[in-house]
Design a protein around this ligand. Structure first.
Ligand SMILES: Cc1cc2nc3c(=O)[nH]c(=O)nc-3n(C[C@H](O)[C@H](O)[C@H](O)COP(=O)(O)OP(=O)(O)OC[C@H]3O[C@@H](n4cnc5c(N)ncnc54)[C@H](O)[C@@H]3O)c2cc1C
Length: 147
């Protein structure tokens, strides 16, 4: 029997969501037949469209219009809310911590994959401007933009 191909997308931001969206459209038949499965691992159940954050901060648009619910748009993918803490690409395995694994104390899950899409974004650099680290707020999430 032919094995099911497993695609793992780490990060459900701009790159991760659009990659998974395109894959689920392109692989519609394969997904239907169960020949392939797409799993997206990401800490939040929504994608934040960061270019709209200034509009949300200014009150020109509602904060809910800046986010896209992942389970609604990626309805043929499995969305796992958690964080990939390490990847062993030689073994094609990702270690994933979720709220459930933390609460149950079972240790993180191991997710096996055949193809990996690594899209965890970036960490903003704080420039060495006096007072910036102490007094400024970030501008990457809805919470920060409307806070
Ligand atoms: C205020 C603002 C305005 C912008 N305006 C523009 C613009 O006008 N035009 C433009 O082209 N670009 C703009 N950008 C940049 C654009 O938003 C980013 O380039 C884009 O979001 C990058 O996409 P990404 O998927 O790499 O990262 P992100 O969209 O940040 O997504 C990364 C995702 O990975 C998740 N993640 C992180 N670590 C892990 C982990 N260990 N396991 C699982 N998931 C993880 C994160 O929670 C997040 O959901 C703007 C950015 C900001 C902040």
């Amino acid at each position: 029997m032919k094995e099911r191909a497993r695609i793992l997308v780490v990060g459900g931001g701009y790159v991760g969501m659009y990659t998974a969206l395109r894959l689920q459209r392109k692989l519609k038949q394969e997904l239907k037949r169960g020949d392939v499965e797409i799993t997206v691992v990401t800490p939040d159940p929504y994608m934040t469209y960061q270019p709209f954050l200034p509009e949300a901060a200014a009150g020109s648009i509602s904060p809910r219009h800046v986010v896209v619910p992942l389970r609604r748009v990626l309805d043929r993918c499995r969305v796992v809310i958690g964080e990939a803490t390490s990847i062993d690409h030689a073994k094609r395995t990702a270690t994933v911590a979720t709220l459930a694994t933390e609460e149950e104390g079972t240790g993180p899950d191991q997710l096996s994959y055949d193809e990996l899409v690594l899209a965890p974004g970036s960490v903003s650099r704080t420039l060495p401007i006096p007072g910036l680290a102490e007094f400024a707020i970030g501008f990457k999430t809805v919470e920060e933009a409307i806070g």
